[in-house]
Ligand binder design. Structure first.
Ligand code: ADP
Ligand code: ZN
Length: 201
């Protein structure tokens, strides 16, 4: 855990799906609540459709709801002057403005905890996560368990009708007909660009 003598820094919690990013974000938020810090939690609205929003309750009965947002600018508008910790989940879905929003909040003295999937289904950098990792004080990269071989998993396997999704499948799929598995580098499969599908479009 980072402890600067001046308040205000950025912590990134990244990794594949199922690696425990949300659990870790919630743990940090819960401990800040115990420390009587003023906390606000945001989550990309894009994810809310699939996963539902969550609320974080503490033992002293306070409850904090993750506010759904569509853009990084919305976070900036919603942060209250007294807020000491801003937590942002599913940050890979947000626009690149999240980099300046996190920077501005940190310079104002806010502790910013950003959680997100750092690689897309292809195994390539996802949204602004790489940039956020570069400018953060701390980066914790979590791993899941590969469902094929049991090693540590660092890749998101996208499956469409049970088959590995081709490289040219969109980065963000709307509708949620796809499924994901955590897999290691060696069990991760991304078939080459599917030219037949491109021709149909
Ligand atoms: P993330 O936010 O990174 O997607 P969550 O915090 O929502 O992760 O969920 C982590 C939990 O998912 C783990 O504690 C575990 O119970 C469960 N889980 C399901 N599948 C896996 C897997 N393949 N590897 C590790 N944990 C898994
Ligand atoms: Zn594996």
């Amino acid at each position: 855990m980072y402890h600067g003598s001046h308040p205000g820094w950025i912590e990134v919690v990244c990794g594949v799906m199922f690696s425990g990013k949300s659990e870790e974000l919630i743990r940090r938020v819960r401990r800040a609540i115990i420390a009587r810090r003023q906390v606000q939690v945001f989550k990309s609205h894009l994810d809310a459709r699939y996963a539902g929003l969550y609320s974080i309750s503490s033992h002293d009965g306070r409850e904090i709801e993750a506010a759904p947002v569509d853009t990084s600018a919305e976070i900036m508008r919603l942060v209250r002057p007294e807020t000491q910790l801003v937590a942002i989940d599913e940050a890979q879905f947000l626009d690149t403005g999240i980099v300046s929003v996190a920077t501005e909040l940190a310079s104002r003295g806010v502790r910013v905890v950003v959680a997100g999937t750092d690689t897309d289904f292809r195994g390539e950098p996802f949204g602004a996560m790489g940039h956020l990792m570069a400018i953060a004080e701390t980066v914790d990269k979590l791993q899941a368990i590969c469902v094929v071989c049991g090693d540590l998993a660092c890749r998101n396997q996208r499956l469409i009708d049970g088959q590995p999704a081709p490289y040219n499948s969109p980065t963000i799929m709307v509708g949620g007909q796809e499924a994901y598995e955590a897999r290691c580098r060696h069990c991760h499969q991304v078939p080459a660009r599917d030219e037949s599908q491109t021709a149909l479009l």
